[in-house]
Write a protein that binds this ligand. Sequence first.
Ligand SMILES: *[C@@H]1O[C@H](CO)[C@@H](O)[C@H](O)[C@H]1NC(C)=O
Ligand SMILES: *[C@@H]1O[C@H](CO)[C@@H](O)[C@H](O)[C@H]1NC(C)=O
Length: 382
Amino acid sequence: MHFSQSLLACLFASNTVAAGVTGTAFGFAAGTTGGGDVEPVYPTDIDELTSYLTDDEPRVIILSKEYNYISSEGETTEDGCRPDSNTCPDDGGQDAINGANWCTNSDYPTVSVTYDKAAITPINLGSNKSIVGEGDKGVLRGKGLRIANGAQNIIIQNIHITELNPQYIWGGDAITLVGADLVWIDHVRISLVGRQHIVAGYDASPRVTISNTEIDGNTSWSASCDNHHYWALLLIGEGDKITFQNNYVHHTSGRSPKVGGTGDGTLLHAVNNLFEENTGHAFAIAEDENGRVLAEGNVFINVVTPIEEGDAFMFSAPDASANAACQDPLGYVCEVNLLTASGTLSGSATDFLSGFSGEGLTAVAASQVAASVKSNAGVGKL
Ligand SMILES: *[C@@H]1O[C@H](CO)[C@@H](O)[C@H](O)[C@H]1NC(C)=O
Ligand SMILES: *[C@@H]1O[C@H](CO)[C@@H](O)[C@H](O)[C@H]1NC(C)=O
């Protein structure tokens, strides 16, 4: 968070800012108020939490402890498969549940999989909710959140979502957006999921900000067989606009993020993030879809492949003179990215930058990013 946002949050903390929430939504999600100033509720158990999350009332829901959904819907054993990527079945690979008929539609060998059912079906949120952790105590274990089918005006702040069948591909997604509007995900930590940390698509989610969030890919079950999670961020909405700022994406090996989407595709502004310890790729932009990415002021440390495909749809903010292309649409000259012990980030497309006019951001120089993101991103750091 930069200075002016902190100052605003202080000035208005006693009246206009939503109860429980720290700061105000900015970027594409500006205007998101969640549950507004209704009296906060403190769910006593997972049933009450689920009911608050899914009902039609505006809610400020405070998580002051762990909510453990593991075992709440039972366990199942069935046929899954072993994809080619699992070259280390006895040493930390990921087999697959038959999600999206992935196994049926492949000739991967069948293996038996036993998994927790709660993580497979996320909680579908109602509109007008703030879900806020207290200190570092707010944990959602074994269940993800889904904002879909027109649900809107949601703030998810300062919680840790973890342990969604991390041993299996298709084991569970932590946060899913499908046709959602006004979503602010802030200071969230996500770890140990089977599938995506965050997935958006296909219906459009036109106003989304993901900020100060930690995507922790450290895992003992890795599709790349190296303790790094492959399935980090999949942003393939057909008209999504996403501000992605001040996040810490680390120990991943792919899809960090993968961007695409047919129709208007996903417009992504990745600014002032720290991408660290990635053994595969950070950006992949589907070449046959319509995703577009502005990446500026980011830091890459030990990222093997900063962009794997689709640099024709990327503006990588390469130098001060090229970055002047940002001045007119964004109101400032974009910041160069800083790459250390990493591959190359390329991409000189600028024809989509007009899509960021009105986003209302500012960026800081990449030299200031690594330290501030490490100390601010994730849970318990508000
Ligand atoms: C959410 O809040 C908006 C604005 O106050 C209101 O128009 C809408 O009806 C609310 N939605 C629900 C499901 O309560
Ligand atoms: C990864 O997770 C393991 C198991 O929790 C832990 O022992 C290790 O320190 C973590 N490594 C990193 C780099 O976070």
